[in-house]
Design a protein around this ligand. Structure first.
Ligand code: C5P
Length: 229
């Protein structure tokens, strides 16, 4: 717990590992705020694409006062609803490129750390446990084999009506994984004190059971009462 008695849970992992579903369920059950930090990088990428901004300095300025907010599960950027636009594959790719720039990462820190105010909160991303909240009371690293993650992501995109092939999704995902893990600043790594959960052979329900067990443990250790359900 940090100085404000705010309980923070940090969840990291590669694209398509299922960390988002897990975080949403934890947030709902324990009444925590939830930020998918990938959306913060995606919002900046969407702005860059839509306005044709390639200059990093300009993007750093925009990032420092990022006009992004969330109303329930909808994302708004500059007063416009962008929930679906943020999920575009091209936006994810641009986000991955921009996120390798240290000054851009630094400019986005305050937005992420301040999210949720004094509320208990769960965050997911790539560097949550290592950079954003090294003091988090629970750190999870959720992962799965590339083939399984690509399959899940392709299905999700196809359900959204996007015409994608599994091979393409797998190729782009492996490219993005490699870039996220190889960058010199805040790469995707497992924090030494993180609990690693490999979901390759787990159903969503099995993953949830494991994660809920970990959250219950720290919840009780913090002297809190478990929610009824
Ligand atoms: O999680 P998601 O796939 O939406 O993130 C998009 C990109 O944003 C990632 O590929 C990664 O490069 C970047 N990112 C990051 N640090 C985070 C969250 C996302 O670098 N904490």
């Amino acid at each position: 717990m940090n100085s404000h008695n705010r309980l923070i849970i940090a969840v990291d992992g590669p694209a398509g590992s299922g960390k988002g579903s897990v975080c949403r369920a934890v947030a709902q059950r324990f009444g925590m705020a939830y930020l998918d930090t990938g959306l913060v990088y995606r919002a900046l990428a969407l702005h860059a694409i839509r306005h044709g901004v390639d200059d990093w300095q300009q993007l750093v300025g925009y990032a420092a006062t990022l006009p992004l907010n969330f109303v329930q599960s909808a994302a708004w950027l500059d007063g416009e609803e962008v929930t679906l636009a943020l999920r575009d594959e091209a936006v994810g790719q641009r986000a991955s490129l921009l996120s390798a720039v240290p000054s851009i990462r630094a400019a986005l820190l305050d937005f992420q750390r301040g999210y949720g105010g004094d509320r208990d909160a769960i965050f997911d991303g790539r560097d949550v446990a290592t950079v954003l909240f090294p003091e988090a009371c629970l750190k999870l690293f959720i992962t799965a084999d590339l083939a399984v993650r690509a399959q899940r992501r392709a299905l999700e995109l196809q359900l959204r009506g996007e015409d994608v092939s599994l091979d393409d999704v797998r190729f782009r995902m492996s490219e993005r994984d490699a870039r996220d893990a190889a960058r010199s600043h805040a790469p995707l790594t497992v924090a030494p004190d993180a609990v690693v959960i490999d979901t390759t052979h787990l159903t969503l329900e099995q993953t949830m059971t494991r994660v809920m067990g970990e959250v219950e443990r720290i919840w009780l250790a913090a002297g809190r009462r478990l929610p009824l359900t």
